[in-house]
Design a protein around this ligand. Structure first.
Ligand code: PLP
Length: 397
């Protein structure tokens, strides 16, 4: 008989990995639904639109044509070329296909770049609130996440002065995310220029998460990679999930200097080998084909943003800025007297509205909730009605 204990003994590093609150809340909401409750889902960050027909057709054709084999680890040359042209043209920079790495979703770019560049004990500046995977990955490699804020009074644009004050000799990487999840804030060119000036002469890389850059409502998207000398120090993370409503396809990419791209390719060979070939062919069709689905999605998000922000601002104790990009509203809820977690839990269990506490994105998210408006206007209005009703009952004497 085997006398070994049955308890799973995990490697210590697993204790440093975090998770994503949106998935946890989705699981809890689904459990409530299984018990017969009716929940409005405003927790998950994915467009509710179908992928455009011509992209689906391209994938089906690719399957029929035999794009069913391994691709090179860094991606099919066809897609690397299409990404280089598209990513370069949209930002006004020259990108060579050798600087493009294709991955199953954009998330692995984070994983691999941090593994490739960050040593134990290094410091990495991460937005707080911010996408939770940044901090999780930084801790995983035994580095130290150094949080920087996104002040509400600046419409959640970074405060470069604060950021520069946090740079030390151990700073190895800065993570920027614009448009930003969860606040909807965006970084303008002036702040990027200030940042570049402050970082001059330092051996620091910037990972610029631009996954929402096609979803911007006011002004133009700005990328650090556009500033002279910064393309070589910037890793652009981008992909198809949000812009083309392709979250489940798992297709993303990074744009980075060719020598780093080669090293990321080595990590890919050691892990997922390559991204599905027929999916990559669909990616070529997405980038080269008709872009009208992207513009109509943006127009619809703009309409929903207005319903969401105006509705939230009518709820007692809530105060909501206008997000400049992405599809999240991030109201300040301190006026309700409740913590983010307590309010998010109560809305889920008592009002049937699934949203996320700001703290799912770090300590800096206390006092806020994140509502995704990637849902129909009817559902958004229903969620707002339920939230307002719950708050009014709770706050009335
Ligand atoms: C800020 C941010 N970066 C990256 C990703 C990952 O995108 P993908 O689904 O392509 O892996 C997300 C997805 O929610 C995100 O919000």
């Amino acid at each position: 008989m085997n006398a070994l204990p049955n308890k799973l003994r995990l490697a210590e590093r697993m204790s440093r990995l975090g998770t994503e609150g949106a998935f946890d809340t989705l699981v809890r909401a689904r459990q409530l639904e299984a018990q017969g409750r009716e929940i409005v889902h405003l927790e998950i960050g994915e467009p509710d639109f179908p992928t455009a027909g011509h992209i689906v057709e391209a994938a089906a054709a690719a399957l029929r044509e035999g794009w069913t084999h391994y691709s090179p680890p860094g991606g099919l040359p066809e897609l690397q070329k299409a990404v280089a042209e598209d990513a370069g043209r949209r930002r006004g920079i020259a990108v060579d296909p050798s600087e493009v790495v294709i991955t199953p979703g954009a998330k692995p770019i984070l994983f691999y770049v941090i593994l490739a560049l960050v040593e134990p004990g290094d410091e990495v500046l991460c937005p707080d609130p911010g996408f939770p995977i940044y901090e999780s990955m930084v801790r995983f490699v035994e580095a130290r996440p150094v949080p920087y804020g996104l002040p509400e009074e600046r419409d959640f644009e970074i405060d470069v002065g604060e950021m520069l004050a946090k740079i030390t000799d151990r700073t190895r990487l800065i993570i920027l995310n614009s448009p930003h999840n969860p606040t909807g804030g965006a970084i303008g060119r002036a702040q990027l220029e200030r940042l570049a000036g402050g970082l001059a002469g330092r051996d620091i890389f910037v990972l610029s998460d631009e996954i929402y850059h096609r979803l911007i409502y006011d002004g133009e998207h700005a990328s650090l990679a556009q500033l002279p000398g910064w393309k070589e120090r910037t890793i652009i993370l981008d992909g198809f999930s949000k812009a083309y409503a392709m979250t489940g396809w798992r297709l993303g990419y990074g744009v980075m200097r060719a020598d780093l791209a080669e090293q990321v390719g080595r990590l890919i060979v050691n892990s997922h080998s390559c991204t599905a070939s027929f999916t990559q062919m669909a990616g070529v069709a997405a980038l080269r084909g008709d872009q009208s689905a992207v513009s109509s999605m943006l127009a619809e998000f703009r309409r929903r943003r207005a319903v969401m922000v105006e509705g939230l601002n009518r709820i007692p104790g809530f105060r909501c800025r206008w997000p400049r990009g992405a599809f999240y509203a991030f109201p300040n809820i301190t006026g309700t007297g409740l913590s983010s977690r307590a309010l998010a839990d109560a809305l889920l269990h008592e009002a049937g509205v699934a949203c996320l506490p700001g703290t799912a994105f770090g300590r800096g998210g206390e006092g806020y909730l994140r509502f995704s408006y990637a849902n129909s206007v009817e559902n958004i209005e229903e969620a707002l009605r339920r939230t307002a009703r719950w708050i009014e009952a709770r706050l009335s004497p």
